[in-house]
Design a protein around this ligand. Structure first.
Ligand code: 13P
Ligand code: 13P
Ligand code: MG
Ligand code: MG
Ligand code: MG
Ligand code: MG
Length: 370
């Protein structure tokens, strides 16, 4: 029996600034999705907020890229935007880059991670939601979950996973993709995804030889590129991902383990700084210090005949206190660099902010060095 899980998110206004989602927006979205559930468009849903991003987690039987589901998400974001405008929330409608829905939400601003799967006897799934960073922030943890035996014991211990996994990597500059196998092509894979602002993991697939999840998608990341759509810099594309756990996939604890290391990601203040990715509970998912630091929240569900049994707030756990503390320490260290690299992003990634204007202003004052 096939079921589709769609995680679609957008920033439709922050409260205050870019810090968090106002509860009225969450209420508005819940009402819209409840109506869709009553009309049997959705099997189930959960609405939440991480940082200033409104998150719609939905199950349905319409497959990926369903016009009906995308339209439902778009209309829901529009309703929430109307509320955001009333409250004069910051950047109301920020991520809705088109005036009218045109068949598919891809390329319109919201971020999407969706997968159509065969529901296993037991289907644990984790929805990861990040704010103040970009899709490439998922490269390191997704790699470690599905390819690093020092993270995932199952790659060594569990015979069903022993043939590894396949990674679909997107070149987001050239709009091309490639599928690479780990462990066979592990070094080549790392050569690409280490350049996380350009090569982004979009999906992970089980091998055909994996008896529990035979060739199916096991992880998916949102990879929208807001600035390319908008034509100017309007913030980073705060990403989301869905990851399946257990039975042919990494165990739940193996899926969460990479986040015990708060690795450096791009985003943070004005989308222009490197900083640590701090794992937090939903309750702690307000971006405050220097508009951050970048955060990741994780909600766990068991999918049962389309029903989302959950959520469990997976980082709401003292086991991640040390990671949060380390992240704070790194935040202090990075902040002391002020406007200097590598805290501030390199020039190529500043292109869409004020730097070109500064250079234009100084154009005639630059002299040739003898
Ligand atoms: P339990 O014995 O608690 O079910 O744990 C099994 C397991 O494999 C944990 O990784
Ligand atoms: P968001 O992408 O979360 O809206 O953040 C934008 C920003 O500039 C934060 O400083
Ligand atoms: Mg915002
Ligand atoms: Mg955001
Ligand atoms: Mg954003
Ligand atoms: Mg058990």
């Amino acid at each position: 029996d096939k079921i589709t899980i769609s995680l679609i998110k957008a920033d439709v206004g922050g409260w205050p600034g870019h810090s968090t989602v106002h509860p009225d927006l969450i209420e508005t979205a819940k009402e819209a999705l409840q109506k869709a559930k009553d009309e049997h468009i959705l099997e189930d849903f959960h609405v939440t907020g991480v940082g200033d991003d409104l998150q719609l987690i939905m199950t349905h039987r319409k497959g990926v890229d369903s016009e009906e589901i995308h339209k439902l998400a778009w209309n829901t974001f529009e309703k929430a935007t109307a509320v955001a405008k009333e409250l004069k929330l910051y950047g109301a409608g920020q991520d809705l880059l088109k005036d009218a829905f045109s068949g598919n939400i891809r390329g319109m601003g919201p971020g999407i991670a969706e997968m159509e799967i065969t529901e296993r006897k037991s289907e644990p799934i984790v929805a990861f939601m990040m704010d103040k960073t970009e899709p490439g922030a998922f490269n390191l943890p997704i790699y470690r979950i599905f390819a690093d035996p020092f993270n995932t014991a199952g790659l060594v211990i569990d015979p069903s996973m022993h043939d590894g996994f396949k990674f679909e990597v997107w070149d987001i500059m050239e709009h091309k993709k490639v599928i690479m196998h780990s462990p066979k092509e592990m070094y080549d894979l790392l050569a690409l995804i280490g350049a996380k602002s350009r090569y982004v993991i979009k999906r992970v697939y089980a091998t055909e030889s994996n008896p529990k999840v035979k060739g199916e998608v096991v992880a998916v990341v949102s990879t929208e590129k807001l600035y390319q759509i908008a034509g100017e810099y309007i913030g980073k594309d705060d990403p989301v991902a869905l990851v399946r756990a257990q039975s042919g996939c990494p165990a739940l604890g193996e899926v969460l383990e990479p986040f015990a290391f708060p690795h450096l990601v791009s985003g943070w203040m004005r989308g222009s700084h490197n900083g640590p990715l701090m794992p937090v509970s939903i309750k702690q998912a307000h971006c405050t210090r220097f508009d951050g630091p970048p955060r990741v929240a994780a909600l766990g569900f068991q999918v049962a005949n389309g029903r989302l049994v959950g959520p469990v707030d997976l980082f709401d756990d003292p086991a991640f206190d040390r990671a949060r503390e380390t992240a704070q320490y790194i935040a202090d260290y990075m902040r002391r660099h002020g406007p200097f690299e590598p805290h501030r992003l390199p020039l190529e990634e500043m292109e869409y902010t004020t730097l070109p204007k500064v250079l234009t202003k100084l154009k005639d004052r630059f002299e040739k060095i003898q």
